[in-house]
Design a protein around this ligand. Structure first.
Ligand SMILES: Cc1cc2nc3c(=O)[nH]c(=O)nc-3n(C[C@H](O)[C@H](O)[C@H](O)COP(=O)(O)O)c2cc1C
Length: 220
């Protein structure tokens, strides 16, 4: 129940409404350069991560997103998936030390400490606040992080608090919406330059040094 989406008329799957048609007409560069190009190259986009088979198409008159049986996925299923999946297994959305331990005990290779960008339950704990205790509880497991990373300093803060990898969500989506692939490259360059500058200001030469606070050794 995202009230901002209810207000701005966004729904998924998309339904063709006068408002959507107007948005398309007034954004011809996006319609031709992004939507039409994607459909020409790969066909109509589908929701790919909803079912075990391909989900509904982007535009659909009557399909609804599956919201059934939310209480039927548990740690037994994670252990089952671990047994049958020989590749790396990562559980995302961990915000609690007890869950982090359950994930590690179930054989997960990594966890992503995340509140999905605060888009699901807006009063939930900040992932940055729980990152250090989850890191401390899982010294042998890869601990990744996302939600709210906007600046180079945010990346370094998360690394300093224990993240092995830091992910960025909406900034790259916004960059893609404004300027397509070159926009995403530009956003990545901005972030890289910020991290580079911030490391210089902190007196460190690798991002991981943010964690151990070790001073840069003098040459010679
Ligand atoms: C439009 C949109 C759709 C998303 N869908 C999913 C999803 O299906 N599954 C998921 O685990 N996270 C989903 N996320 C959350 C992102 O994967 C990521 O955790 C989050 O955007 C990170 O926060 P940030 O956007 O503040 O960087 C979605 C995020 C956005 C903006």
């Amino acid at each position: 129940n995202r009230e901002n989406n209810a207000r701005n008329g966004f729904d998924a799957p998309l339904k063709m409404t006068p408002q959507l048609a107007w948005q398309g007409l007034t954004h011809p560069r996006w319609v031709l350069g992004t939507l039409a190009r994607e459909i020409a190259a790969r066909g109509m986009p589908h929701f790919e991560n909803m079912e075990s088979v391909q989900g509904p198409p982007l535009f659909s008159r009557d399909l609804v997103r599956s919201k059934i049986a939310r209480d039927e996925l548990g740690w037994d299923h994670i252990r089952f998936i671990r047994d049958i999946w020989p590749g790396k297994l990562v559980v995302k959305g961990i915000l609690d030390v007890a869950d982090a331990r359950l994930a590690a005990d179930a054989g997960c290779d990594g966890v992503i400490v995340s509140n999905h960008g605060g888009r699901q339950l807006d009063g939930v704990v900040s992932p940055l606040a729980v990152l250090p205790e989850i890191r401390a509880a899982l010294p042998e497991t890869v601990v990744m992080f996302d939600s709210g990373v906007r600046r180079g300093t945010d990346v370094l803060k998360a690394i300093m608090l224990g993240a092995d990898f830091v992910f960025v969500g909406r900034p790259f989506l916004y960059a893609a919406a404004v300027h397509g692939a070159p926009g995403v490259v530009h956003a990545a360059n901005l972030l890289r330059d910020e991290i580079d500058r911030d490391m210089a200001l902190l007196g460190i030469t690798t991002p991981l040094a943010a964690r151990d606070h070790s001073p840069v050794p003098l040459p010679g």
